[in-house]
Design a protein around this ligand. Sequence first.
Ligand code: HEM
Ligand SMILES: *[C@@H]1O[C@H](CO)[C@@H](O)[C@H](O)[C@H]1NC(C)=O
Ligand SMILES: *[C@@H]1O[C@H](CO)[C@@H](O)[C@H](O)[C@H]1NC(C)=O
Length: 506
Amino acid sequence: MLSPVIAIILVILSTTVLVLRHKRLRTLPPGPPGWPIIGNLFDIHQESPWIAYSNWSKTYGDIVLLRVLGTPMLIVSSADIALELMDKRSVIYSSRPTFIMDEMTGWGFNLALIPYGQRWRNLRRKVHEHFHQIVTSRYRNKQTKHVHAFLCQCLNSPERQFNYKLVHQLLATTIMDIVYGIEIKDMDDDYIKNVVESLEVFGEIKQPGKYWVNYMPFLRYIPQWVPGNTSAKYAAHSRPVVEEMVNRPFNAVQDGEQTSNDCVAVSMLAKIELQPDIEKRKEEETYAKHATGILYAETTFSLLQAFFCGMAMSPDIQQRAQQELESVVGPERLPTYDDQDRLPYVQAIFMECLRWMTTAPLGGSHSVTQDDYYNGYFIPSGTIIIPNAWHMLHNPEEYPEPDKFNPDRFIKDGMINPAIRDPTTIAFGFGRRICPGRHFAKDTAFLVIASILHTFDVKPSIDENGHELDPTPQLRGSAVSFPSPLNYRLISRSEAAEKLVRATEL
Ligand code: HEM
Ligand SMILES: *[C@@H]1O[C@H](CO)[C@@H](O)[C@H](O)[C@H]1NC(C)=O
Ligand SMILES: *[C@@H]1O[C@H](CO)[C@@H](O)[C@H](O)[C@H]1NC(C)=O
């Protein structure tokens, strides 16, 4: 029999070893020191947070850990690490942090916000069915029709300063037509006003650190009569607006009020009709509603604004693109999707816009559903992963002089250079959560960029005294960001170009 003393020594030794091993394995990634309890709450910058995060990566390295009210947040600044975690280890890196304000304001239906699991999978499948690469090419006729209408409106836009609302209108009319078969006249349309209001709510609740209830959910039980504009009040006021955005257009299609039957909602409904089980049918209907309710993406607006600003800043780049269009498309017609593969410079411009003014500078937050280790560092379950896409796309080793708008960085011997990392592999997110609208967004952007360059010159706008304004923009915002200011105007390139545009009205 083992003597009790030896037994005790053995127990002490083994626990010490265990504790030590434990300690060694549980080294957390480095990061700025925070306050007790609130942690780094005051370090989360509301304006241009990607710059502050980018600065930290210079001090602490490619992964930086913050704590906000107890929740660990990992800022990832390297594309390779982002791919290693969110793509290769996607089984445990594909959830989302949930915030109670999403649900309270009615935004919880949104695919982008749903945690990993069966509900996310069902909804994602629905969206994918209607927006994967092959299916999106079916929408090209409608896309073309709306882009041509946009060109006509551009001819009538004020001469000194472009009316950028036309771009909003183009995207809104296109998506409402393709998704609901509903025709939108202009931005005063009630459907659109409702979408704009709902997006304002979204922007409001997504400001990091603004609503404490997101970090301390018990705050939601503070009654509404407590003085001050509490989260509960804001949510109660916003919820009907957001619900209307989801319900109204879909209900209109169910009532047969759409003007075109060639649309996503009609084809979803046709499939639901075949479901004999009433319970299942109701469930399917809810999924369809939620899948169609999210497709108005402001990110495309931001991308197109980057394009216009970039062109106004660099007449020589614009000219090169126009020469490419002249030789491939010629003066007798407008560009079409069939020209796409023969227009590498136009494609390089798209890639550069996506990189230069990163519209989702911090990508999408993922959350980890299991304890994990990376490079010796412990990443606890529940950690929020924030990819700093802006930093990755402004890495001077991959993109020299990263702040410069320069599509030529992607071109070699007149073709796209495969040795340069394609910004679409970063800007649309990672792994199982990668943007399902990316093919659609790319299609929209291609035709707008090619058609505008073929028929218009983009120039800096001018003030009342005829002086050119500086068209160089700054990236502003947080989750979705926009170039600003928008100092550009469009001038028809020639009478022949104007005729081409006017001919589409017939
Ligand atoms: C330039 C245009 C666009 C950019 C830069 C962009 C970028 C992104 C990014 C970064 C994410 C997060 C991915 C992740 O978490 O890793 C995302 C998600 C998403 N995007 Fe886009 N997007 C664009 C256009 C669109 C369009 C046109 C649609 C709809 C037709 C769309 C629908 C979605 C949806 C539904 C999600 C959530 C997916 C999920 O959580 O499973 N996006 N997008
Ligand atoms: C980031 O670093 C730059 C240069 O060191 C500095 O000018 C800037 O103020 C910093 N920005 C933030 C938000 O920390
Ligand atoms: C609360 O604030 C929001 C904007 O933050 C505003 O739209 C809303 O009307 C306010 N509600 C009340 C009850 O004051």
